[in-house]
Structure formats: structure tokens, C-alpha cells
Design a protein around this ligand. Structure first.
Ligand code: GRG
Length: 274
């Protein structure tokens, strides 16, 4: 399977839906609505939407069934990046080769744009023409909340050293939870049953952690103290990522051809070079 082609198709499918999910840039207050779009267009790899589509396909549904989940997870991802770049967090001036939102606008606008992106995510998911919306909303709310994304970010910001288990716990919450929710919310909208969702959740959490390790390996020159690369060294971190990938693939070993996009996205997420 051509994973780059799958990502391109996912990006083409998500682009107009993301546009529809937000007020036009010239809607008052225009500077806020323009700021909400600043990081979203052009976006990044659109990996989370692709995972949502692949989650639906893995349970035998057409990827379009997962469209609302795909939009919602990308909006949450985008808000988290806008806030992560703020001076009170990572204090980054550039992302994807462009000025970050607080640099292009101002800090207060970036905070508010992130807040509004998060609300728009839940509103978009609520639009899904599916009887499974409540479950998907629950997945997303849990992944985005203080027990996962926000709590992981909090512990990362306050990290003062620790063993690899502590670092993994932070990364499971800050990064892996949203990746896993991308898959499970897409699969839910595709009509997944309870045992399928459990397996996909385990798959997504392991792939998500391995994805974060891959991200740290790509950034190894500038290794964050709260990373397995800093704690274990690059070689051991790469081995851990490969072990997690192998473990995750075992979860969906018996799922046949329809889970192939998920498997390929997992390999891409862990072995990517960008
Ligand atoms: C501020 C609430 C809050 C959370 C921040 C997302 C995040 C948590 C921090 C960003 C820094 C970071 C390294 C997060 C881990 C997730 C990650 C690797 C993000 C980058 O994801 P990609 O590679 O990005 O999918 P693109 O640019 O392709 O969208």
C-alpha cells in the first residue's frame, strides 16, 4: 500500500471539511478568525485525520463515515500546537517554517484562537450523522482533558528529571492519547463494536507512544530532557519504538486487508523522516 498516497487522499478529503468547520476568516472579529486558520492552512501531515479514516476502514466502513471525527481531531491538534508554541509554554517563534500564531498576531489572540479551535472541534464532531456520536465525543473529551493531553503537557512543563517510565507516562498522555482517540473516534463513527474499540485503543496508544519517540529521534540534536532519547540514548529509544510498533501490530494481526491502511500509517508514523 502507498502510504504517502493514502495521506494525500486523506488531506484532500479533510481540507474542505476543515474549512467548513470554521467561520470564514472575514467574520467579525476577523483577526480572531484569521488567527484560527493561520496554523490550519496550510497544515501539517494530517496524520490524525488519516488515522480516523483508517480506523473507520478497519471496521469495514467507508472513510467518509469518519469525516467529523477527522475534522475534530485535527482541530484539537491544531489548538494544542498554537498553545504549545506560546511564550508561557515552549516559546517557539516558528512552526512548519512559518511564524507561530502569537508571533503573526499577538499572545492574547493566540490563546483565544486556540480556545475557539477546541470548541469548534467538539461542535464539528457533534455534526456527525451517526448514532455513535456520543461515544466519539467521550473519546475526544477524555483524550483532550486533564487526564491526558492537558495533564501530560502540564507534567512535561514541570518535568525535573525521572526514569523512562515517567517520561513514557507523560508522552502517553500528551501525545499518544489524541492519536489513539483519532483512531477510536473514527472507528466508532464507522460502527465499531466494543471489543474492536478496545483493540484499536491499545493499538493507538502504543503507536502513539512510538510516534512520540520517533518525533524525539527526529529532533535528537535538540533533545528535550523529557524524552526517551535523552533518558536512554538514541539507539535504545529506537529499539523501544520498534518494540511498541511490533506490539501494536499484533493487536490487529487478525484484522485482514481492511486494517492495512492502519498498519501502514503506524509504520509511517514510527519510521518517518519528517
Ligand atoms: C498546549 C494543551 C497543550 C498541549 C500541547 C501537542 C502538544 C501538547 C505539544 C506539542 C509538542 C509535541 C512534541 C507534541 C507531541 C505531539 C507531536 C509530535 C506533535 C507534532 O505532530 P505532527 O508530527 O505534526 O503530526 P504536523 O505538523 O504534521 O501536524
Amino acid at each position: 500500500m502507498d502510504v504517502e498516497g493514502y495521506l494525500r487522499e486523506a488531506a484532500a478529503r479533510i481540507e474542505p471539511a476543515l474549512d467548513d468547520a470554521l467561520p470564514p476568516a472575514d467574520t467579525p472579529p476577523a483577526s480572531l478568525h484569521t488567527a484560527m486558520r493561520h496554523l490550519l492552512f496550510p497544515g501539517g501531515k494530517r496524520l490524525r485525520p488519516a488515522l480516523a479514516f483508517a480506523g473507520a476502514e478497519a471496521v469495514g466502513a467507508h472513510p467518509d463515515r469518519a469525516l467529523a471525527a477527522a475534522v475534530a481531531v485535527e482541530l484539537i491538534h491544531s489548538y494544542s500546537l498554537v498553545h504549545d508554541d506560546l511564550p508561557c509554554m515552549d516559546d517557539d517563534d516558528e512552526r512548519r517554517g512559518r511564524p507561530t500564531v502569537h508571533v503573526a498576531f499577538d499572545e492574547a489572540t493566540a490563546v483565544l484562537a486556540g480556545d475557539a479551535l477546541q470548541a469548534a472541534a467538539f461542535a464539528a464532531l457533534l455534526q456527525a450523522p451517526s448514532e455513535h456520536v456520543a461515544g466519539a465525543l467521550a473519546d475526544l473529551a477524555e483524550a483532550a482533558g486533564s487526564l491526558q493531553l492537558v495533564g501530560g503537557q502540564y507534567d512535561d512543563l514541570h518535568f525535573q528529571g525521572g526514569r523512562s517510565g515517567t517520561i513514557e507516562s507523560i508522552h502517553r498522555r500528551k501525545s499518544a492519547a489524541l492519536l489513539a482517540a483519532s483512531i477510536t473516534s473514527g472507528a466508532r463513527l464507522g460502527g465499531a463494536d466494543a471489543s474492536g474499540l478496545e483493540a484499536l485503543g491499545r493499538f493507538g496508544r502504543d503507536v502513539g507512544l512510538a510516534f512520540q519517540i520517533a518525533d524525539d529521534l527526529l529532533d535528537a540534536d535538540d533533545a528535550d530532557a523529557c524524552s526517551l532519547v535523552a533518558a536512554l540514548g538514541a539507539e535504545a529509544a529506537r529499539e523501544r519504538a520498534e518494540a511498541l510498533l511490533a506490539e501494536s501490530l499484533r493487536e490487529i494481526e487478525a484484522w485482514g486487508e481492511r486494517a492495512e491502511p492502519l498498519r501502514e500509517l503506524a509504520r509511517f508514523a514510527v519510521r518517518r523522516e519528517r
